[in-house]
Design a protein around this ligand. Structure first.
Ligand SMILES: Cc1cc2nc3c(=O)[nH]c(=O)nc-3n(C[C@H](O)[C@H](O)[C@H](O)COP(=O)(O)OP(=O)(O)OC[C@H]3O[C@@H](n4cnc5c(N)ncnc54)[C@H](O)[C@@H]3O)c2cc1C
Length: 398
């Protein structure tokens, strides 16, 4: 895959480099696109290396998106990684991506806050060790899945068992012989429950507030992601109707306590719920190795109280309850976040109150985040190049 060649390349307008905050796929893709245009950037990463989120995910994770549609601009994922790339291979790909594009990485440096540089263009970043970093432009790529979100369950502090967020789950062996309640049935909760159920864990319950749409990852070789890419600009009602037969390719699990959802698939996506791509959950529920139960309401000593009035006494509760963006300390004081903590602007757009400041990766598109991060990167680099050219033009006219 090649980046579109800019014409003509635009050099940086200032001695201060562009700063990209975060060396996940989003930040690396933007830095590569900037390099392609001859624009100097530094990728500032709080962890010791690139791809920190992927290093921390559970070991059995594989991409749900195809190898081709998960590659970032300018470097393919090797064929040897297979169609559904493993977590480990994706981490190696990100390492290779940074090397291949000769990206300038400042690892082990966390950016805490940013301010407009007084009396000049650009930004001043406050970072680890009291560093003050001067940036001509900033791209914030700190991740949609930044801060694990644990619901504020009454009594959870006094729970007798072990309570952890899915971010801390690595693999099933520590749970052998123990009863586990997985809370939340997004892709992560579904996969962890299915993995535990086949690995010597005691009973495995799956707490479901709203039944998810469940689809095959691929049907006769055709990936669900391809449907999502084709459908994402179509009217919501039309996609909701078109998706119904796809869901029926999998068995109905109503008798096992996991009914088909009432709200259509695309309508749920717009509410923030991406469909579950099945990697073993359906079979595990069908065979009653994973037992769906109602939503968690509260905790009482060893008991977990559920919304239908029943209770369970699991040894372990794994909360697959999602993440927050965690952008408040960094940019909250600039008035750039909506009520849900998401940036008001995205991709190549900038907010009038914050020129030269870009955000990438703060949506959860049905077509695949990695694909969209790769598409946003050259657009952001283009916007940074145009803004730099405009400033040079203004300076010359003065
Ligand atoms: C379990 C899971 C599976 C997923 N599977 C897929 C999939 O199959 N296909 C797909 O398309 N998408 C998938 N996604 C969604 C998305 O592609 C990934 O979350 C992806 O990693 C997002 O990339 P990012 O660069 O935006 O964020 P991240 O990968 O989270 O990278 C953000 C980086 O910023 C760093 N950082 C954060 N704050 C600071 C700071 N203040 N200063 C310095 N550094 C900072 C972090 O350490 C991290 O390295 C998945 C997400 C999850 C959680």
């Amino acid at each position: 895959m090649l980046l579109p060649m800019p014409n003509p390349p635009v050099p940086p307008d200032s001695t201060a480099p562009v700063h990209v905050i975060g060396a996940g796929p989003g930040g690396l893709a933007v830095a590569a696109a900037l390099a392609q245009r001859g624009i100097r950037s530094v990728v500032v990463e709080k962890s010791p290396d690139v791809g920190a989120s992927w290093r921390g995910h559970y070991e059995g994770l594989r991409l749900h998106t195809t190898r081709r549609w998960s590659a970032l601009p300018g470097l393919s994922i090797p064929r040897s990684a297979g169609r559904w790339v493993s977590r480990g291979d994706f981490v190696r790909y990100l390492e290779e991506y940074a090397r291949h594009h000769r990206l300038d990485l400042a690892a082990g440096v966390e950016v805490f806050r940013m301010e407009r540089a007084e009396g000049e263009d650009g930004w001043l970043l406050t970072a680890t060790g009291g560093r003050r970093l001067r940036a001509s432009a900033v791209v914030v790529a700190t991740g949609f899945n930044h801060t694990p979100r644990l619901p504020d369950w009454p009594g959870a502090d006094g729970f007798d068992g072990e309570l952890l967020h899915a971010r801390s789950y690595r693999e099933p062996s520590p749970y052998a012989g123990r009863d586990v309640l997985v809370v939340g049935v997004g892709n992560t909760g579904a996969e962890i429950a299915a993995e535990l159920s086949g690995s010597g864990t005691g009973r495995v319950w799956l707490s479901v507030r709203t039944p998810p749409h469940i689809l095959r990852r691929a049907t006769l070789g055709w990936p669900s992601q391809a449907n999502a890419i084709l459908c994402r600009r179509l009217p919501v009602g039309l996609v909701d109707r078109a998706a119904r037969p796809l869901a029926r390719l999998l068995p109905d699990l109503s008798a096992q306590g996991l009914p088909r959802p009432e709200v259509g698939l695309y309508s749920r996506v717009l509410e923030g719920a991406i469909p579950v791509l099945d990697r073993g959950l359906v079979r595990a529920v069908k065979r009653r190795r994973v037992l769906p139960v109602a939503a968690v309401e509260s905790f009482d000593g060893p008991r977990v109280l559920l919304a239908d009035g029943t209770s369970l006494t699991p040894d372990v509760v794994i909360a697959a309850t999602g993440y927050r963006r965690g952008l408040e300390p960094l940019v909250g004081h600039l008035g750039l976040l909506d009520g849900e903590g998401r940036p008001l602007v995205h991709g190549r757009e900038t907010h009038p109150a914050a020129p030269d400041l870009y955000f990438t990766g703060y949506s959860n598109p049905i077509s695949g985040t990695l694909r969209e991060l790769g598409r946003d990167a050259p657009r952001i680099a283009g916007a940074i190049a145009s803004a730099a050219a405009d400033r040079r033009g203004t300076a010359r006219r003065r």
